[in-house]
Structure formats: C-alpha cells, structure tokens
Design a protein around this ligand. Structure first.
Ligand SMILES: C[S@@+](CC[C@H](N)C(=O)[O-])C[C@H]1O[C@@H](n2cnc3c(N)ncnc32)[C@H](O)[C@@H]1O
Length: 386
C-alpha cells in the first residue's frame, strides 16, 4: 500500500529522520508530505510510533480530472468495497489548488456519490441500504493542477492528539511540532540522560512532556484511538503488535533532568496535570518563575522554548523587553544550547545575540523563526584549557 504522511512545512527532513529510525529508509518527501510503502502493520506502527507526522493516509489513486464526470468515474473505479461497508460513515475532506474543479463542496458531493454507487453496485444481493451509522472513514481528495489524489485517513484525529493534553492554556504548541523541535536540538537522552533540558516558558507543558516521552522512549500513540481500528478490512492483531513493539522499546526507569517553568502558576498546575496524564510527571521539575531569572547550576544543557509572541503591537513592545531580559539571563550560561521558536520580528536584536542557525517554520499558520544558539561542548572547552 502507498502511505502518505502529511508533515508541517519545514519539518520534512526531521520527520524523514524519525521514519529512518523506525526502519523506513525509502521515504521521499514532496509538497509537505512523505511517502512510505507498507501494509496494515505499518499503518499501525506509524500511527503509534511516529512523533511528528500529522496523519497516516492510505493513497488509493491519483488521476487527472477536469470535469465532474471525470472525477465521478475516477472515484467510482476504485475498489471501495475492499475498505468500506454499507454502514460506513463517509466524511469528505478536500482541497483544490490551481485546478478547474475548484468548488470543493460540489466536488466532494460528486466523489461521495460515486463511492456510494460503487458500494451499492458491488455489495449486491445482501439487500442492504446505505446507513452511515458505522465507523468513520475520512476520504481525502486533494486536487492540485487537475491531478486528483484520493486517500483514506487511517488516523482520524490528527496525530498531535496524543491524549494527555486535555486542558486549554494560551497558544499551546502542537505536540507533533514540539516533538520535531526537540529532534532539531542537541538533546539526545539515548546518549546522555543526565543532560538538562529546560523550557522556561512552558505554558501547558508540551515541550518538557514530549522531551520526557522521548527520554523514556514512550510512543506518542499508545493512549489513543485511530479510525482504522474500527474498519472491517483491517487484519486482527496489528495494533496489539505495534503496541507490544512500543512497550518493548520503553525505558520507563530512566530519570531525565527536565526543568519546566512559567511565570503563571496556573500554567504550571496545568502542565503538571498533563505530565501526570502522560505518565512522566516524575521526570520534570516544575517551578513558577520569571524566565528573566532563569539560571542553572549545570554547566551544559539544552533550552528550548516558544516565548509569548505578542499578538498586538502593545504586547510586542512588552515581548521585546522580555526577550532582552531573557537574552541577558541566557548569556550568563555560555555553554548551554538555546533554541527559540518565535514570530517576533527582529528577535535576535532584542535577544542580544545573532543565532548560529535560523530556520523558517510555521506555528499554527504563523510564520516563525527557529533560532539556534550553540554553546561550547565539553570537548571544545577541554581543548581550550590545554
Ligand atoms: C506561547 S506560550 C508557551 C506555550 C507552550 N509551549 C505550550 O505548548 O503550552 C508562552 C508562555 O510564556 C509564559 N510567560 C509570559 N511571560 C513570561 C515570563 N516573563 N517568564 C516566564 N514565562 C512567561 C506565558 O504564561 C505562556 O505560558
């Protein structure tokens, strides 16, 4: 089967590395999605184990259509009876870019009509009517320059919904983005479990929780449901096998050194609650603290944050002052690495230091800079002494 994994723009290489470590060596990336070949066992593995893919889609076909008739025929030609049943609840999810078939609602209606007709024609003799009372199946149709790609969404809810984050707090990061950002840093708990990881603007706790899950190798999809689990066409046992693999890989006794703080005590209690739900609360030391007072007794460490970005101009002024104070605190820890995701224009100017590396990323459709600052490694410092 052809599997498509949509990924956030700018994170393709990070997700490719995650796929490589799961054994998917051939995974070409194109237009914000990565392709992988696999069977139902791979569908289960990817849904349970992949940290930063947004969904796992099954690609059923790609064909050209410039008229509704061509769209209908292309969709009708697919073996829907292999995937759906007469009670499937079919939801259409479409988009069209630079194509003649631009009316998404109408195109979705045409495609759905073709699916239902095909099911009625093929599942004959059983006197069934189409009820839509059964399992949900989200059928994707993306039309780009008149080329239609038809997919079935095996995940259902987006893969960022791990299940631990149930309370709302201001501007949380998507869990998938948080996990990808961690993979873009030098935080490597498999090599050095003692190395500190800190988020002094932790909000609802997404970054420290994802860091703790990485450190203990807890799979992101262990606690949640997936649409494909409710489909009659899926062989029994695939999810159990994927979960067994995930559990065998865990390192539950590891104790990483993760620090999470925020100026708002409400954020801290929410983050603590989420950490408990994720089963890693003993990995994280929480405190209520102004990030401008951030310090550490540890010489080396990794700091990763997305500070407030200032929605209004008046907020932006405050955020600039905050970044200037925070930059000062960070410069007192010259051997730490810092990684900041922010949409604040001219961030480096206010932070007081030019980044060693910059990358453009999107956070909830907001264009952001991901600024990396590299401290000296123990090796470099030892070399200096000699
Ligand atoms: C964009 S949110 C972080 C969201 C977080 N990454 C999450 O996923 O929930 C920014 C956070 O910075 C906190 N904050 C604002 N000013 C602060 C300061 N001076 N020191 C520490 N935290 C501050 C806010 O309370 C808010 O929780």
């Amino acid at each position: 089967m052809d599997l498509l994994i949509p990924v956030a723009s700018g994170l393709e290489q990070t997700v490719k590395r995650q796929l490589f470590s799961l054994g998917y060596e051939k995974a070409p990336a194109q237009n914000g999605r990565i392709e992988v070949e696999g069977d139902w066992q791979d569908v289960a593995r990817l849904n349970v184990l992949l940290r930063s893919g947004e969904r796992v889609l099954l690609r059923l076909a790609t064909f050209t259509a410039t008229t509704f008739d061509e769209l209908y025929d292309g969709v009708y030609a697919l073996p829907w009876e292999e995937y759906l049943t007469m009670d499937s609840q079919i939801l259409m999810d479409g988009k069209s870019v630079q194509s003649q078939l631009a009316a998404i609602k109408v195109s979705g209606g045409v495609a759905k009509k073709a699916i239902i007709q095909r099911l009625s024609d093929k599942i004959r003799g059983k006197r069934q009517t189409f009820t839509e009372t059964g399992a949900r199946s989200i059928v994707g149709f993306s039309i780009f320059k008149d080329e239609v790609t038809i997919t079935l969404d095996t995940s259902g809810e987006g893969l960022h919904k791990r299940g631990y984050r149930s309370l709302a707090y201001s501007a949380p990061l998507k869990e998938t983005l948080a996990a990808a950002l961690i993979d873009c840093t030098f935080y490597n708990p498999d090599k050095d479990i003692e190395k500190p990881f800190a988020d002094p603007f932790c909000g609802s706790g997404t970054l420290p929780i994802e860091a703790a899950m990485k450190a203990r190798r807890i799979a992101p999809g262990l606690q949640r449901d997936f649409d494909f689990l409710h489909w009659a066409c899926v062989p029994k046992g695939v999810i159990e096998q994927a979960k067994t693999e995930a559990k065998d890989n865990e390192r539950r006794t590891r104790l990483p050194h993760i620090f999470a703080s925020d100026i708002n005590p409400k954020a801290i209690s929410i983050a603590q609650y989420h950490a408990k739900r994720a089963g890693i609360e003993d990995c994280i030391r929480f405190s209520t603290q102004d990030a401008r007072a951030f310090t550490s007794a540890e010489k080396y460490g990794v700091l990763l944050s997305n500070p407030p970005y200032g929605e209004r101009l008046s907020d932006e002024k405050e955020v600039r002052a905050l970044m200037s104070g925070f930059g000062k605190a960070f410069r007192a820890l010259p051997d730490w690495n810092a990684y900041i995701l922010t949409s604040l224009p001219e961030f480096e100017r206010y932070f007081g230091k030019t980044a060693d590396k910059k990358k453009k990323l999107f956070n909830a459709n907001l264009v952001c800079g991901f600024y990396s600052y590299f401290g000296k490694s123990p090796k470099e410092n030892d070399g200096k002494k000699q």
